[in-house]
Ligand binder design. Sequence first.
Ligand code: 5RP
Length: 293
Amino acid sequence: MADKDGLKAEKNYHIDTPFANGGGFYIKGANSLEWGMKKHLANIFDPKSGNTVMFAFDHGYFMGSVSGLERLDLVLPTLMDNIDCLMGTRGAIRTCVPPECRKAIALRATSGSSMLDDDLSHEVIAVDVEDCIRMNADCMAIQTFVGADGQLSSLDNLSRAVNAGLRYGIPTLGVVAVGKQMERTDRFFKLATRMLAELGANIIKTYYCDKFEEVVAACPVPIVVAGGKKLSEPDALKLAYDSIQGGARGVDMGRNIFQSEHPVHMSAAIRKIVHEKFTDKEAYQFFQDSIAR
Ligand code: 5RP
């Protein structure tokens, strides 16, 4: 194992040079995967834009009922036209998503913490691969806690999911958690995203940061940016715009959609940025015009 001493700061990210090993398939790092894995990824990432709008409503797995998601059965149908992928728990999806729904499924497959814990970094694999197959999941979402007390077990969860996913043809979404003791810096996100990709995750979900384009360049699989805490609509749209401009292949927004005064219009505005090259200002104008109509 290489020692940590004398590590030189990386600097050659070749930001403007496209990923070299595409091999004709549009999703980064998936060229050598077999057909079924590619099909699941293509269900998530639009072949035209290469991007995705994930709607995250998996907060309940450790937060219970959160503001804006009190009635999933009422919220979800209103957003379907504007999202590409549902990120939820098997309980929420089985009870509140009609099976005729044609959206991709990012299935939250880990659990073990709750809002009552100080340390949220100890999770287990909660959904076995058989149930991911039953749920027709397009990826298994595994929470990881690089740098936290639960690092080892969370990376073990990720590797087990990758192993099972490769056996049965289901991609793994590695989720980078940021706890209190973790810094939201490019240095941390370069470490965490690259680790998860090297461990075999096919998609990484992380947060936007300074030098985000370097985080993207150093990660050999697509990155999707989590929305995080509720922002103003202009700020949330700027986050989406900056993420896409920085090379993210989509956003995975929850609170910035379901805690907006106008979730449907907000998700539509986010879609404009992710798939139609709107700027944040254009998207906000679209948002305001939609409300006024
Ligand atoms: C919640 C999650 C969510 O999927 C992720 O954080 C995106 O939701 P939000 O935009 O509200 O942060 O992992 O535990």
